[in-house]
Design a protein around this ligand. Structure first.
Ligand SMILES: Cc1ncc(COP(=O)(O)O)c(C=O)c1O
Length: 266
């Protein structure tokens, strides 16, 4: 299924005098370049769900999302490219009733949040030519963070929550990991490398302020990489804040995962 997409995605080194000052090497994993419509972590999360669909006897893929959901848009685009019928329900809580209505469908949870999503994301790690000390990702359902943990062995995974709410993200990641590795002791070991950042949501999902917009705009000018203010902007902002507060050791390598999502840009 990967053939129509840019996989492996490029790894781009970015430069800034402050990285030199702290003797850090910083890279952006450009998953936003995988495909114009199936950008970022979306394809990672969909890949094995689509394979599962293909190996079964379903008539369509059905999934859920909020209004303007990147996940719904990506699922529809992927369905078109791979000629798979897809149904997107905007906020469907009535899961059972819905699936009856649409017949024999393969259901992908909202945000691609299942163990197949985790497995797809974990492949990002094998595309890296070195083992980073730190990886930063934006987090909503936590599937991407779970996949990065599952795929790596020593990297610290920093999950920057784009939503307001304390202590939910670690639990979500823990559950997703449990369904992926099916071993409580291993899940505990993986969670040791998780750093959840819950104070960089700028007021909640979709919320932002002038400072964040300026940061995103400066990042675009400096590195020619467009971030959005819903997910990746908050992720890169958190990294920058951690850098300034002296969180890293000299000589460390950091990868910022560009999870795409420019649909939400205003
Ligand atoms: C651009 C972008 N980054 C990050 C995320 C959050 O990823 P996850 O739900 O896997 O935590 C999303 C939502 O899926 C997204 O659209």
């Amino acid at each position: 299924l990967n053939t129509k997409l840019t996989i492996p995605s490029p790894l781009q080194k970015i430069e800034d005098p402050i990285y030199d000052k702290h003797q850090l090497e910083v890279f952006v994993k450009r998953d936003d370049l995988i495909h114009s419509e199936i950008s970022g972590n979306k394809w990672r999360k969909l890949k094995y769900n689509f394979e599962k669909f293909k190996s079964g006897k379903y008539d369509a893929v059905l999934t859920f999302g909020g209004a303007f959901s990147n996940h719904i848009a990506a699922t529809a685009a992927a369905g078109q490219i791979f000629q798979i019928p897809t149904i997107g329900i905007i906020r469907g809580d009535e899961l059972n009733e819905t699936s009856n209505r649409f017949g024999n469908v393969f259901i992908i949870p909202e945000g691609g949040a299942n163990h197949l999503g985790v497995f797809g994301v974990s492949e990002i790690i094998s595309e890296l030519s070195f083992t980073p000390d730190h990886i930063y990702t934006a987090a909503g359902t936590g599937t991407t963070a779970a996949g990065l943990l599952a795929g790596s062995t020593t990297s610290k995974i920093h999950a920057v929550s784009s939503l307001k709410g304390e202590n939910y993200l670690k639990n979500e990641i823990q559950n997703l990991l449990y369904y992926s590795v099916l071993d409580e002791a291993e899940v505990e070991m993986l969670l040791d490398r998780l750093d959840v950042i819950e104070d960089c949501h700028f007021g909640g999902y979709g919320k932002y302020n002038e400072e964040l917009i300026e940061f995103v705009s400066l990042f675009a000018t400096q590195h020619s990489i467009q971030l959005d203010q819903v997910y990746t902007g908050k992720m890169a902002y958190a990294f920058n804040r951690d850098l300034k507060s002296g969180k890293f050791k000299k000589g460390e390598t950091i990868v910022l995962l560009h999870t795409g999502g420019l649909q939400g840009i205003t």
